[in-house]
Ligand binder design. Structure first.
Ligand code: MEZ
Length: 589
């Protein structure tokens, strides 16, 4: 009886919601039909919200609860329990227009959202309107601050917190409705040398080794002065992240590194989301003003070619100029800008990308417009192991922990720990231009991130090697002999076939797993030229006064090929340097 009443109630609610939903045109009219006035969402009805839509989001949460409350354990894929973290509800749920599931941009989930068939409006950020930019400049600044930081990924947050700690007034602008950029997608970790973590794991390492590995990986095209700073300040960078609430106690090896120096969260979670969550909180705590839905569109310089401000295009506030003595570009690379990829590397045209949809090279283009110099702008990295049929990166950590890589027939073809450029080239020469990462239950238990791939349905699983071969279409005998040989190499510590340096695990314990991978755009090594103070250089190699940059928007740190774990290191070390110097410049008398 009780069950009947309860199920009747649930049904009535569902029917009620469905009817209301069927009658309503969009989320706003749905609320209105339920008797909620405009004030439910809007502080002052008729008046535009702040660009970040903070008020609306507080209202959403006050009625529906926060993300923890919205988690639904019955769902296999729960969009309210994702690596995006505690982002704004309005990132996906739109009041007066078509709602949008951001997860579908990278995953092949095809998740549905209420009102995804509402009227589609032209996106507020569809255009860069030069006339409006010029009008904003002619009108002059509507607001003044010490430092503007453009782009809220790891570099942006680190710069913002460092500048704020140095005493500057900081505004951090981000074009997306959520923060995190590419950093939020980073699976691996942060390279650092001389840390207590390396000591605890008995890893001997040296600053010179870090420098040498990075230079070798970058084919010696890197700026050695920048690489030295990266290595020298990496341990302090890990300490700084820890001071902001990030745990980096696990240690793994990435391709091209001679020892384990990639620091990762000890709970096995992906590094990027963990770091971004902590940085978001720290930025709030230190009073950084973060403006979402706010795209910087023009750097403004005076007649002496010094930075005086930025034109920002806000979702609700339109075009306005912010005056600032210092501006820091932390806009990331151009790994999701198809035109720029095709222009700079025609052979990569149409290749899949692991990048966030925000990585469109805006900072590079803005800096170019005011005469910034570019370094290695055409060097683009393909990561060898992007999941086929999605844009999900299968972290290098999986190979670092012990997975082997085989081709469509089941044969190894390169050391799994080769640098990314070599591994990607090798995969593209295999039949079908893809590969399988193969591992066993030992690795499944050790590399916790693998459970995430399993959860996403990316793994093939079988209790025998033969079964795995059947599932994946590999040749059973070849796969068995590849694994047999590898296990022998692992036992003797001598990879006679491909000279893999580190073989922590054999492949002997069922169940066995395979994940299909292929190369995809991962990192754009080139970008604005910077000096050791993270000042942006002009075409004569002089600093453009007041302009700083850090992270993937810059060139020079990684040469022609970035090593795994060096991106987060770059964003932390140079983000902090850029923030500190931007603050010092803005505050000097
Ligand atoms: O730094 C990276 O890009 C990295 C470690 C990626 C990965 O494979 O996890």
């Amino acid at each position: 009886m009780k069950f009947a009443v309860l199920s009747g109630l649930i049904l009535a609610c569902l029917v009620g919601v469905n009817n209301a939903e069927a009658n309503a045109n969009d989320l706003a009219s749905f609320h209105k039909d339920k008797g909620d006035g405009c004030k439910t969402c809007h502080q002052t009805p008729g008046k535009v919200a702040d660009d970040s839509e903070n008020y609306i989001n507080t209202q959403c949460k006050s009625c529906h609860g926060d993300y923890a409350a919205l988690k639904n354990p019955k769902l296999k894929i729960d969009p309210h329990d994702s690596h995006l973290g505690d982002i704004n509800c309005t990132s996906c749920h739109k009041g007066h227009e078509q709602s949008k599931v951001y997860c579908n941009e990278c995953h092949s989930f095809d998740l549905k959202i209420p009102f995804n068939d509402a009227k589609k409006k032209e996106a507020w950020d569809a255009k860069w309107d030069q006339q409006k930019i010029q009008q904003a400049i002619a009108k002059g600044p509507v607001e003044s601050t010490d430092v503007v930081i453009i782009g809220a990924g790891s570099a942006g947050y680190n710069a913002a917190i460092a500048a704020k700690q140095a005493g500057a007034k900081v505004i951090l602008v981000e074009k997306a409705p959520f923060s995190g950029g590419n950093s939020m997608l980073a699976a691996g970790g942060m390279n650092a040398v001389g840390t207590p973590q390396q000591k605890a794991h008995h890893v001997e390492d040296k600053v010179e080794w870090f420098v040498e590995d990075t230079m070798k990986g970058g084919r010696y095209a890197n700026d050695p002065k920048l690489v030295e700073i990266l290595a020298e300040q990496s341990a302090a960078g890990v300490k700084w992240l820890e001071s902001l609430g990030v745990n980096m106690d696990d240690l793994k090896r990435s391709g091209g590194a001679r020892v384990d120096r990639t620091h990762r969260p000890a709970d096995g979670r992906s590094a990027g989301p963990t770091i971004i969550q902590a940085l978001r909180k720290a930025a709030d705590k230190y009073g950084v003003e973060t403006r979402l839905n706010s795209r910087a569109e023009k750097l403004v310089v005076n007649d002496d070619h010094q930075i005086v401000g930025v034109v920002v295009h806000g979702k609700h506030s339109g075009y306005y100029m912010l005056s600032a003595k210092s501006v820091v570009l932390t806009t990331g690379g151009y790994g999701y800008n198809k035109e720029m990829i095709a222009y700079y590397r025609p052979t990569f045209k149409g290749m899949t990308s692991s990048n966030n949809i925000t990585a469109t090279g805006d900072g590079i283009n803005m800096a170019k417009e005011i005469g910034a110099s570019m370094t290695d702008i055409d060097w683009i990295q393909a990561h060898p192991t992007i999941g086929v049929d999605s844009r999900i990166l299968i972290s290098e950590t999986v190979r670092g922990v012990g997975a082997i890589m085989v081709n469509a027939k089941g044969q190894r073809f390169i050391s799994e720990l080769a640098t990314r450029d070599r591994a990607s080239d090798a995969i593209l020469k295999q039949p079908g231009k893809f590969a399988w990462l193969v591992f066993d239950n030992q690795l499944y238990k050790k590399a916790k991130m693998v459970r995430g791939y399993d959860h996403l349905g990316m793994l093939k699983t079988a209790d025998t090697i033969d079964g795995l071969a059947k599932l994946t279409g590999m040749d059973s005998k070849l796969l068995a002999s590849t694994i047999g040989d590898y296990n022998q190499y692992q036992k003797t510590g001598d990879d006679k076939a491909f000279h893999r340096q580190d073989m922590p695990l054999n492949v002997t314990q069922p169940p066995y797993y395979a994940v299909k991978v292929a190369p995809g755009i991962h990192h754009t090594m080139g970008g604005v030229a910077i000096d050791t103070k993270a000042e942006v250089l002009d075409l004569q190699s002089w600093p453009i006064k007041g302009l700083y940059a850090a992270g993937e928007v810059t060139g020079g740190v990684h040469g022609y090929n970035r090593l795994g774990g060096n991106a987060i290191a770059d964003t932390v070390v140079f983000g902090k340097i850029a923030g500190e110097n931007a603050a010092a410049n803005a505050l000097k008398k």
